[in-house]
Design a protein around this ligand. Structure first.
Ligand SMILES: [Zn+2]
Length: 316
């Protein structure tokens, strides 16, 4: 027999599903703002998995992925365990086309949060207090920043075998460890021994079908792996990297890239150029090491120090 799930004083019995609306405040015009939590509880006991999008309100690929999964019934009638799906956590950022809250605060730097604190802190507190305590593990869906494309990838807690298992269950093209950031959701979860992996795909404010499709496959792969629901698994070779670093612009100017995310590069190969707008000079950007491009800058005009290519690589 499965277990009863209780969120925000609402009980979801084994075999039931529910949409729970958690109020997190009001807009200045008086409309209430809710975090919508979809819960699918199986009759048979199993793991409780969280899939969450829109922690950063402008990172819409995760929102779109989870919206599609909810709408098409991917989570419906699980064989065992419980699926908790939050397609959009940061409603305020979503409305403002911003990763942050109206007061400029980043929810993912406001954990574990405070129910009487700033807006960002209040949203974080809902997740920390009402959702996280009942979760066994989960996936937090993100994208690159404005104009920064991220190739579909999983980021895991360093030195954590369970996170590796989750990454492999999800089966995105690549994964690598990334230190947990102070006051982030992943950090708060880690402190409670709840592994959360981060999926990154696409860029802020742009829907990217490839990133959405990989994310959707990942959700299905994970549900299948844990016997929560069975889907046809996607057979792919997932590549693990040890670390990543950015190649930055040494000069300012118009940026042309010869390579894109998803391609391997060898050290020394020309992967882009930066020129002045008048045709006087051009500087070649070379790969600083052998590696795999996991992210790139889509901006046409860059300043010195701007991040151009994000390269994942193996420790030698
Ligand atoms: Zn993000």
């Amino acid at each position: 027999m499965g277990k009863e799930i209780k969120i925000n004083n609402q009980v979801i019995a084994p075999g039931e599903e529910a949409l729970i609306n958690i109020n997190v405040g009001k807009l200045p015009i008086g409309h209430r703002i809710y975090i919508k939590v979809n819960v699918y509880n199986a009759e048979k006991e199993g793991p409780v998995v969280l899939f969450m999008g829109g922690l950063h309100g402008d990172e819409v690929n995760g929102v779109e992925t989870l919206k599609r999964a909810i709408h098409s019934g991917v989570f419906k009638d699980p064989d065992c365990g419980t699926v908790i799906a939050i397609s959009l956590l940061n409603v305020y950022g979503f409305l403002n086309f911003s990763r942050s809250m109206p007061d400029g605060k980043d929810v993912n730097r406001s954990f574990p949060g405070n129910a009487n604190g700033s807006l960002a802190s209040r949203v974080a507190a809902v997740l920390s207090r009402k959702i996280l305590p009942i979760v066994d593990f989960g996936v937090d869906f993100h994208t690159g920043a404005d104009n920064r494309y991220n190739y579909p990838q999983i980021r895991i807690n360093p030195n954590d075998d369970t996170s590796v298992e989750l990454a492999r269950a999800f089966n995105a093209p690549i994964y690598f460890p990334q230190n947990v950031i102070a006051k982030s959701f992943r950090k708060t979860a880690k402190n409670q021994n709840i592994p959360i992996i981060v999926y990154e795909g696409g860029e802020a404010l742009r829907l990217d079908e490839y990133a959405i499709n990989v994310a959707m496959e990942g959700i299905k792969n994970m549900l299948s792996y844990f016997n929560i629901k069975s889907f046809q698994p996607t057979i792919k070779e997932m590549v693990a990297f040890d670390r990543s670093s950015w190649i930055r612009a040494s000069v300012a100017g118009l940026f042309n890239s010869f390579y894109k995310s998803g391609q391997y590069v060898e050290k020394g190969v020309p992967i882009g150029s930066i020129s002045d707008p008048f045709g006087d000079s051009m500087r070649i950007v070379s790969a600083s090491r052998d590696g795999f491009i996991i992210g790139h800058n889509n901006l046409a005009v860059v300043n010195q120090g701007d991040a151009l290519f994000h390269i994942a690589y193996h420790n030698k």
